[in-house]
Design a protein around this ligand. Structure first.
Ligand SMILES: [Zn+2]
Ligand SMILES: [Zn+2]
Length: 425
């Protein structure tokens, strides 16, 4: 569904409230510059950090996920607060951002319900395989002809492929079409196209995008034709950041099916971002794994979870970095209280708002990301508001601390090794 988020008829009410920090900030415009947004019915200028750090990122997200939750997500709230740190007056406006987001999110949900659904336009890129100067036609198993300039593309690479043989050696015999020999191959058009693109000299530097579903068949074809260079590209595509972020269980399953140990280990680590409890959402990916592989992966999760919690429950979180506000706050404990943490005593807002939620998250998703995600800061930022001294620095310090904590977790988890047999019995 399409939804114009800046349409004034959708946003007028929310955007015209005048007491938010980004509307009223009195700090000089060198430090906290203003900007006006002509698309808004409300012509009053807004603080630039708010527009760049919250409003615009929200609009971008809304294009992908047009619903109220998008602008009220903790991630967006924290992004706004991060931008606000540039101004000494705006930097503590956690609750303003939250109130605004809640109101805006309601408006968006109302607007989306009214918005008509538009269709999708699928754009298929024109292939380079219609070259009139081609030397050969390769016909896929599903009868798609690829005109291929054999000499240019293959002679400049080191690939020795069946294509290099005279056409009469191919499976298609002596058939010709428009004066070109037709070579019938066993691969489907999808696989053939992937391979031909990968064979192109330019793809060594900039590999074409391979879809995860095609990788298995393309990999098997590269093995069959002895295309070692292309095989390497396909293997690295299997564990590319894009796939690991979107579908690590599927990457893992494919790596297992192809018995690629190195790729299986990389993918297994990426699966730590998905709690075992949520695996049921990925049944199709799991069904493609052998029972043994699924068992070993679950076992791996259990051991990683223990390794991560050993770190989080011990005194490591207290020893990372120095000078953080939750260690140096001088405010009286009647205002800024102390409590028992899992491994040491510390400020209550920090332990209850950050450390304990992190432990809970790590139990299910034992990876550094679990403590680094912006979402993890929101509870602590809210609780820190009880102490003016902590509130002033809570955000900056959490943001500095989280990567240190995340790294300690990742280092502990990296010592856990996935059991993986190269050959299935
Ligand atoms: Zn300001
Ligand atoms: Zn404090």
């Amino acid at each position: 569904p399409h939804f114009d988020t800046l349409d004034p008829t959708h946003v007028s009410e929310v955007f015209t409230r005048k007491d938010y920090a980004w509307e009223t900030c009195g700090v000089s415009s060198n430090i906290c510059p203003n900007i006006s947004i002509p698309e808004l019915k409300d012509e009053e200028a807004k603080a630039r950090w708010w527009v760049d750090g919250y409003l615009v990122p929200c609009q971008k997200q809304l294009e992908k996920r047009p619903n109220g939750k998008t602008v009220h997500a903790d991630k967006m709230l924290v992004a706004g607060l991060l931008a606000a740190q540039s101004c000494r007056s705006c930097k503590t406006c956690t609750s303003d951002i939250e109130v605004f987001a809640r109101e805006w999110s309601k408006e968006i949900d109302k607007a989306v319900v009214k918005s008509p659904v538009k269709g999708y336009v699928v754009d298929i890129a024109p292939a380079p395989f219609d070259d009139p100067k081609a030397g050969i036609i390769l016909r896929s198993s599903d009868d798609v002809d690829f005109r291929y300039k054999l000499l240019i593309s293959l002679s400049s690479t080191s690939f020795k492929w069946t294509f290099a043989l005279p056409p009469s050696h191919g499976e298609g015999g002596d058939e010709t079409k428009e004066g070109l020999h037709v070579l019938q191959v066993k691969e489907t058009a999808l696989v053939l196209e992937s391979i031909l693109r990968l064979c192109h000299p330019a793809s060594i530097r900039k590999p074409p995008v391979l879809e995860l579903d095609a990788i298995k068949r393309v990999y098997l074809a590269t093995k069959k034709y002895g295309m070692e260079e292309v095989e390497k590209i396909v293997r690295s595509a299997l564990v590319s950041p894009r796939f690991l972020a979107a579908s690590p269980l599927r990457s893992f399953g494919i790596a297992c099916a192809l018995r690629l140990a190195a790729e299986a280990r990389i993918a297994a680590t990426a699966t730590l971002a998905i709690s075992v409890e949520d695996w049921e959402k990925y049944l199709l990916d799991l069904e493609k794994m052998s029972g043994a592989d699924a068992f070993h992966l679950q076992e791996y999760h259990r051991r990683c979870s223990k390794a991560a919690l050993d770190i989080a429950h011990g005194d490591v979180p207290e020893t990372l970095g120095e000078g953080f506000i939750w260690r140096v706050c001088r405010t009286d404990t009647s205002v800024c209280p102390v409590t028992d943490g899992p491994g040491f005593r510390g400020l209550k807002w920090w332990i209850d708002g950050y450390l304990l939620p992190c432990c809970k998250n790590l139990e299910k998703r034992p990876t550094g990301k679990s403590v680094e995600e912006d979402e993890m800061f929101s509870a602590a930022l809210r609780k820190a508001q009880i102490c003016p001294e902590c509130n002033e620095r809570s955000f900056v310090d959490l943001k500095k601390y989280a990567p240190l904590f995340g790294k300690a977790i990742d280092e502990a988890v990296a010592k856990v090794v996935l059991s993986f047999r190269l050959k299935l019995q």
